[in-house]
Design a protein around this ligand. Structure first.
Ligand code: ADP
Length: 395
């Protein structure tokens, strides 16, 4: 069965076509700067004949144009991999949040309505997905659209860790609870790490730490929304809710405050330099104190969650780093692991500095293993989509 996985960002589209259940990738594409009529970038790779294409200065005014561009390449007589889009059985989406639908679901009108109901909680994610799903449903009506919600892996978190200690009626009436996100990434890590007690740190543009016990999520640093947990590239992460009424009383509007927390917080807000750790690190190396502080705050937050989850899991077999920062920043990994030897985490600094791809970076005598595992969220989505279509006999 051919399953197309679509990852929709606010200005980007990524596609991977899988042959399932083998998990073989047939072709993939990435479109950057969706919305630009002069400056979008299109990259396509056919993995069957090693053909690749890179077009700059493209006109991709909206998602529908981007989707068409990819489908044309996927079915092109020269370097396409399929004769027609009819061969695609299902399209798996790495959807984020829908009220009351937290697992893997066919994207029916009811589920799309539930995504709209939580638009306010995940505006940067649900809005582009709703648009892209609508486009796919009209151009590929034969392919079943499946939402692998980022909350799906976390439905196993016990209730006492999901509940906020707020009036119980808020949970009943509005669904206020910790959701947990990055499910596609952490579930892939759980499958690769294969150990009883794992802590997975997905550190990228969005960041979260997940406690995994026997392959199941038992806690996540993400709360009700994606604004929570450790600092992100632009989002503040955990912040006392009373900051909001206090600042309103000082004269700021709610939009200004929420904008500060969602767009001008995190690495960018603290450093004042960039939302990209590479630039923040370069500034810190050059003596910029705020940049240094941003990195320290980030590392402290990751360590705080590792400590909590070590206590919840009652020990640790594997600590895993993944995501753009987790995979590429030896500096950050070293800062996070410094002083955690008492928890059985002994980093090998040379292995850490030299690692590339999936690697063990702990010392040979480290009681717990420290690993870097490159993220593969698309495969996670393809697997869950395939399981769903098999279980529900959808073809
Ligand atoms: P997203 O969460 O948007 O999918 P990624 O997981 O690809 O993004 O992470 C992107 C981030 O990874 C960049 O913003 C940057 O902070 C960080 N990053 C990428 N490469 C490096 C590197 N070599 N050193 C430090 N940080 C890096």
């Amino acid at each position: 069965m051919k399953i197309l996985v679509s990852n929709v960002g606010s200005t980007s589209l990524k596609f991977k076509l899988f042959d399932m259940p083998e998990g073989k990738v047939l072709c993939e594409a990435k479109i950057e700067r969706v919305g630009s009529v002069t400056d979008a970038i299109f990259r396509y790779k056919n993995l069957l004949d090693s053909y690749s294409e890179h077009r700059e200065s493209c006109c991709v005014p909206d998602y529908s144009a981007g989707i068409k561009m990819f489908l044309d390449s996927m079915t092109a007589p020269e370097h396409g991999v399929l004769g027609s889009t009819d061969e695609v059985g299902a399209v798996g989406f790495k959807t984020v949040l829908a009220k009351g639908f937290y697992g893997v679901h066919e994207l029916t009108g009811e589920v799309l309505e539930a995504m709209r109901e939580f638009l306010f909680v995940a505006p940067a994610h649900n809005a582009p997905y709703l648009e892209a799903i609508g486009q796919f449903r009209s151009v590929m009506p034969q392919a079943v659209p499946v939402g692998v919600f980022e909350t799906a892996f976390h439905t196993t978190i016990p209730l006492e860790r999901r509940m906020y200690s707020v009036p119980y009626e808020w949970y009943e009436k509005y669904g206020i609870m910790r959701m947990g996100y990055h499910g596609a990434s952490h579930s892939y890590i759980a499958g690769r790490a294969k150990a009883a007690k794992v802590i997975s740190c997905h550190l990228g543009g969005s960041c979260s730490v997940c406690a995994i016990e026997n392959g199941r999520s038992v806690d996540s640093s993400f709360g009700f929304s994606l604004q929570t947990g450790i600092p992100h590239a632009n989002r503040s992460g955990d912040a006392d809710p009373y900051i909001i009424p206090f600042l309103m009383n000082e004269g700021m509007s709610l939009d200004e405050i929420l904008g500060g927390m969602a767009k001008n917080g995190g690495l960018l807000g603290l450093s004042g330099v960039s939302n990209d750790l590479r630039a923040v690190q370069a500034a810190a190396d050059g003596g910029n104190e705020r940049a240094r502080l941003a990195i320290d705050v980030f590392a402290v937050a990751v360590r705080r969650y590792i400590g909590s989850y070590y206590a919840e899991l009652g020990g640790l077999d594997k600590l895993v780093f993944t995501g753009g920062i987790g995979e590429n920043s030896a500096m950050l990994r070293e800062k996070v692991c410094a002083g955690l030897e008492h928890m059985g985490l002994i980093l090998d600094r040379e292995k850490n500095a030299a690692c590339s791809g999936e690697s063990v970076i702990s010392a040979v005598d480290s009681p717990a293993e420290i690993l870097v595992i490159p993220a593969n969220e698309e495969l996670g989505v393809a697997m869950r989509t395939y399981e769903y279509t098999e279980a529900n006999k959808i073809r």
